[in-house]
Write a protein that binds this ligand. Structure first.
Ligand SMILES: O=C(O)CCC(=O)C(=O)O
Length: 318
């Protein structure tokens, strides 16, 4: 594990327990059925860092969504989604106790995550506000097929972010004009960084936001290890869902190394959950958000905000 004195966290991760790996039966099921993450990893043959790889692209340009939590979502392609296997999601839906986890203690003791379920409040109005903001965000072309778009929208507040093979839209407005939830997450994240590192984190802080119209929109495996990011600075991830506590969790898969085909562990992310990826996690592991066609999942949108620190003076900050 990274020595706590080297940690950027105000409350460093000191004695993490092992993150439960997916049971063998689960991995077998994934291999047989091919989850979206798995399927995409093998079917698209995209670069490991292409974060769209885990989702089926949205081929049709449709009007953008305006109502959070709407049961009919204009981004949804029901036909495509129905081909997504949903039977493999159940075992990984088991709740994970709050706490600090070593992703893989024996081989990568410095790769650690902190999981804080239901730790960040989000009022329905705040969800509505950030969801409505997505109307102003341009869609991202699928880097593997320029004739298509990825289903989720993404934008970065405070930086120009080349995110794997994609370039995220940059929000040009000043922080005063950002949705309340974005500013609240940035403030919260800064409060989690220890005093000696806070100025360095704040100098390059940005919030990358992903809007998932429903559970059929996922994110392929990737690592947040871009040149422009401060290496080994923590990444704070905040998850929100249109149905609040009633929304089903989305499965956040962790992959061992760069080329792994199967997820190795899973963290179920629900409304208000905070996941901190710390230490060497981005160097040793990839992560992605599994797509699913579960009936319930198709009725709920999701917003994820990651707060991260870019190198001041890097392309992202210009
Ligand atoms: O939506 C999530 O939970 C993950 C987001 C993510 O991996 C990213 O923005 O890099």
């Amino acid at each position: 594990m990274a020595s706590p004195s080297a940690s950027w966290l105000l409350a460093p991760i000191r004695a993490p327990r092992a993150l439960p790996p997916l049971p063998g039966a689960m991995e077998d099921a994934l291999t047989r059925a091919g989850t979206c993450g798995m399927k995409a990893a093998t079917a698209t043959r995209g670069p490991a860092s292409a974060p769209n790889a885990g989702e089926s692209p949205d081929r049709k340009r449709k009007s953008s969504a305006s109502a959070p939590g709407a049961t009919t979502n204009p981004f949804t392609l029901a036909k495509r989604a129905s081909s997504t296997p949903s039977n493999v999601t159940k075992p990984a839906n088991a709740p994970l106790p709050a706490g600090d986890y070593a992703v893989e203690p024996s081989s990568h003791p410095g790769s650690v995550v902190r999981y804080e379920p239901r730790a960040f409040p989000c009022a329905p109005d705040d969800y509505a506000e950030i969801w409505a903001f997505s109307d102003r965000v341009a869609r991202t072309r699928n880097p593997l097929n320029a004739n298509t778009f990825i289903k989720r929208k993404q934008a970065t507040f405070g930086a120009r972010y080349k995110f794997g093979a994609q370039v995220s839209a940059r929000v040009e407005e000043p922080p005063e004009a950002w949705p309340r939830l974005v500013s609240a997450c940035v403030d919260d994240a800064l409060g989690r960084v220890r005093d000696a590192k806070r100025d360095a984190f704040a100098a390059g802080v940005a919030a990358h936001v992903n809007w998932y119209p429903d559970a059929s929109a996922g994110m392929g495996r990737h690592a947040d290890a871009e040149e422009d990011l401060i290496p080994d600075a923590p990444i704070f991830s905040y998850s929100f869902a249109s149905g609040g506590d009633a929304s089903p969790p989305r499965l956040f898969d962790l992959y061992r190394g760069r080329g792994a085909k199967k997820p190795f562990a899973t963290v179920p992310l629900s409304h208000g959950d905070v996941l901190t990826m710390d230490g060497t996690t981005q160097r040793t592991h990839e992560h992605g958000v599994r797509a699913s066609a579960s009936k319930e999942g198709m009725r709920h949108s999701r917003v994820n905000i990651t707060v991260r620190a870019f190198k001041p003076g890097s392309d992202a900050m210009r």
